[in-house]
Design a protein around this ligand. Structure first.
Ligand code: ADP
Length: 400
């Protein structure tokens, strides 16, 4: 079956380590997406699984078989690439069956497989067409069909939707999920698009600079990112980061403080430099945060730019600091260029906020992430712990 295991896989080129000590354990039937910025080693990892590249170190097994140095044809895999190279002089049927004909499959078996693939991909009526009579999305489906007819144990897909327009890409995401459900076959998928990774995968493997950062279900990467890189990469727009220092019972930043109970979160050590992470949806205008059980103290801010998205509005905030006269101190302009005293907040589309308005916001303390500024690693994702169950110290909950 289609289990894939990478153990300590490293791939070096002359002066680049494209993939560094990669360990992956992919179960049969799983949809795993390798995601990360351009150049992080996704394609190289996939190529080592495909047999297009031999790793410098490490082993790769597919279904228990050590394939590390085997050529692609001796691996039970089929690949789909970004560039769809269909033979222009062959119709869809012949394009899809080309590989099978090379392998001397009999024509009955070929027809059975092409028919099944065409049915799954809903392109039955296209099998007699030539490639230049197909749209981009249809061509991509034929390319996927060509992989399906191989009936491999593992599908390897390298940015297969990258050349499609935005609307079709979103549509094809759903198609690929449906396809995965139908085929029940392992899919290892490469993309730089975190939204694509989040929506389709059982697990995502986030990579940066050749290193695996975290492998987990999409929502775990979103809610409990292992480090600052994952926290910033997953989610759009990204998480807000504010640097601060751990004090006895609060994390102090330039613009605001976040109280915590040291008994509940012993991993927050006084004097440590930490970075607070909070997602835009966990920042609230103070007046609208009544339903929030655990808000921070009010944070004084000025609205800078508003971006209405239709279903929500992104509000760029410049913090005004704790200074009582702050209303006319740190206003936008110069302060906004520094970054550290900015926050992005998302609000409901019917919000009546305007730009250049002095407001107060609060953060949902249950949704505050803390990272070690030095290593970037997550320290904790819940600074309240059991406090919300009835414990906690007086003053930890602020009135709004
Ligand atoms: P991604 O797919 O995440 O964009 P790649 O796996 O293609 O990244 O590349 C990872 C790194 O390895 C990059 O720095 C890239 O330039 C380098 N690299 C990839 N293939 C080769 C090659 N054949 N020769 C030299 N360097 C390569």
């Amino acid at each position: 079956m289609g289990e894939v295991k990478l153990e300590h896989v490293t791939k070096r080129y002359a002066d680049v380590t494209a993939v560094d000590d990669m360990n992956l354990d992919i179960e049969d039937g799983e949809f795993v997406t390798l995601v990360g910025p351009s150049g992080c080693g996704k394609s190289t990892t996939l190529e080592t699984i495909a047999g297009l590249t031999i790793p410098s170190e490490g082993t790769i097994t597919i279904a228990g078989d050590d394939v590390t140095t085997k050529p692609p044809k001796d691996r039970d895999i089929a690949m789909v690439f970004q560039n769809i190279a269909l033979f222009p002089h062959m119709d869809v049927h012949d394009n899809m069956s080309f590989g099978l004909r090379l392998r001397d499959f009999d024509s009955e078996e070929i027809d059975r497989r092409v028919e099944r693939a065409a049915e799954i991909l809903q392109i039955e009526e296209l099998v007699d067409r030539m490639p230049d009579e197909l749209s981009g999305g249809q061509r991509q489906r034929v390319a996927i069909g060509r992989a399906i007819v191989r009936e491999p144990a593992v599908f390897l897909m390298d940015e297969p939707l990258a050349n499609l327009d935005a609307k079709l890409r979103v549509h094809m995401r759903t198609e690929l999920q449906r396809l995965h459900k139908e085929l029940d076959t392992t899919i290892i998928y490469v993309t730089h698009d975190q939204a694509e990774a989040m929506t389709m995968s059982d697990r995502i493997a986030v990579m940066n600079e050749g290193h695996l950062q975290q492998i987990a279900p999409p929502l775990v990467c979103y809610d409990e990112p292992a480090n600052l890189f994952v926290a910033g990469f997953i989610g759009s727009p990204g998480m807000n980061f504010v640097e601060g220092t751990v004090e006895a019972e609060e994390i102090r930043t330039e613009g605001f403080d976040v109280a915590f109970d040291p008994a509940q979160v012993p991993e927050l050590v006084e004097g440590d430099d930490v970075t607070i992470g909070v997602r835009p949806e966990d920042v609230y205008p103070a007046g609208e945060a009544d339903e929030l059980a655990n808000p921070t103290r009010r944070i004084r801010a000025r609205t800078d730019v508003l971006e209405p998205m239709g279903d929500q509005i992104f509000v760029y905030l410049v913090l005004r600091g704790e200074d009582a006269a702050g209303a006319d101190t740190g206003t936008s302009g110069a302060a906004s260029a520094q970054g550290a005293d900015e926050l992005l907040m998302s609000v409901e589309p019917d919000s009546d906020l305007t730009d250049d308005e002095d407001i107060e916001v609060v953060l949902d303390r249950r949704k505050i992430h803390v990272f070690d500024t030095g290593t970037g690693n997550a320290v904790c994702h819940d600074i309240l712990r059991s406090e919300a169950m009835g414990g906690g110290h007086p003053g930890a909950r602020e009135e709004t």
